[in-house]
Design a protein around this ligand. Structure first.
Ligand SMILES: *Cc1c(COP(=O)(O)O)cnc(C)c1O
Length: 374
């Protein structure tokens, strides 16, 4: 593929705002590639952007969820309520703690969990709920919040899709929940690879900082000035490299462009597909969301998928249900709504290099592929 390839033929690609190369070059020349001041500057800038006192940078969204779960005390013998319809990383993070996923259904019109489904899935072993903010849409569990609190059940948000979205007046991450972001290659904001946890308390922040640095508690300067270091507890190699942090730092000032462009593209699809028979939009609440995906539901998805590929459109599926995956067979239960959704969902190409002309072309192709206008 080269630069003359139409954007609708591409799967999502990272969007650079312009300063990334220069910022990374400066870090490369400085010669410190581990967790450095640059990483800490990125943490401070993200915290300020979200309006929270603190944020802890890690290597990935998966690492963010793993450390958040551990910091919330999740371990063997515990159950974590989670939608089956998510990226497999959410489930692997639960298994990494030795806990068990309790798969639940999502609402077909949003692909997000609803409070009733969460409440019904709770057992005496439940210690956490992981809502997945599908497509970037905020999830409101306030109706069952006090019941969850009473039972000692933590809410840990998989907000990998939702950087920049709003939950009421606050940004997602700024509502007091334990929130996990991904800054992977094609997320709303990218570090190349990276992730961030918004902790609920200073103690939780300290625990995650210890977990991400192999259990060692000391600043870079302290470690360099001493003949030893203290390994205080269990830990992992999860710190965010200054090289990756530099990419994120360069992205933040351009985020308004991301917000505006992604909302405009999402609305362009909605308008272009208005009235298309047999095509149902998955709603992201675009007015409050920085959309990450554009998903529709169609009957005969396998046929439509192949027709779109044959027409040169880079469609995808987010996601095959996890409760049907061989790795998670032990925790399988019957989830008819999710199984039906798994046969209907189709993601249209959605990334910031696309133009509104690209959107119109994809929408017209989808209408033909679904038998509209015949
Ligand atoms: C990307 C993603 C993750 C994992 O983030 P990584 O940074 O790739 O580890 C988790 N959940 C969802 C829904 C995602 O889209």
């Amino acid at each position: 593929m080269n630069s003359s390839t139409p954007e609708y033929r591409r799967n999502a690609t990272p969007f650079l705002h312009g300063q990334e190369t220069e910022t990374v070059s400066r870090v490369l020349a400085a010669g410190q590639y581990g967790h450095t001041e640059v990483t800490e500057e990125f943490e401070r800038k993200v915290a300020a952007f979200l309006g929270v006192p603190d944020a802890v940078a890690v290597t990935s969204g998966t690492a963010a969820m793993h450390t958040a779960l551990l910091a919330a005390g999740i371990g063997p013998g515990h159950e974590v309520v989670v939608p089956s319809l998510t990226f497999c990383a959410t489930i692997q993070a639960i298994l990494a703690c030795g806990a068990a996923p309790r798969f639940i259904e999502v609402a077909p019109h949003t692909l997000c969990v609803e409070p009733d489904a969460v409440a019904e899935a709770i057992t005496p072993a439940t210690r956490a709920v992981m809502p997945v903010l599908f497509g970037g849409r905020a999830i409101d569990l306030s109706g069952i919040r006090s019941a969850l609190d009473r039972q000692g059940i933590a809410v840990i948000e998989d907000a990998a899709h939702a950087f920049g979205s709003y939950s009421g007046p606050a940004r997602v991450g700024g509502t007091g929940d334990l929130t996990c972001f991904s800054f992977g290659p094609v997320k709303n904001l990218t570090c190349g690879q990276g992730g961030m946890v918004v902790p609920r308390t200073p103690e939780e922040a300290a625990t995650i900082r210890r977990l991400r640095l192999l259990g060692v508690v000391a600043s870079q300067a302290e470690r360099q000035a001493a003949t030893s270091y203290h390994v205080e507890a269990f830990g992992l190699r999860y710190q965010l490299s200054s090289i990756n942090a530099a990419i994120g730092l360069a992205q933040l000032p351009g985020f308004k462009t991301t917000e505006v462009k992604r909302q405009r593209l999402w609305r362009a699809y909605r308008t272009a597909l208005h009235g298309a028979k047999g095509v149902t939009l998955v709603d992201v609440d675009v007015d409050h969301t920085v959309p990450h995906l554009f998903v529709v539901r169609v009957a005969d998805r396998e046929v439509v998928f192949r027709r779109m590929l044959a027409a040169g459109i880079a469609v995808g599926v987010h996601y095959p249900p996890n409760h049907l995956q061989p790795a998670f067979a032990q925790w399988r239960r019957s989830l008819p709504v999710t199984e039906q959704l798994g046969r209907e969902i189709l993601s249209l190409p959605f990334h910031q290099h696309m133009t509104e002309d690209d959107i119109h072309h994809v929408a017209a192709t989808l209408k033909r592929a679904t038998g509209n206008g015949r």
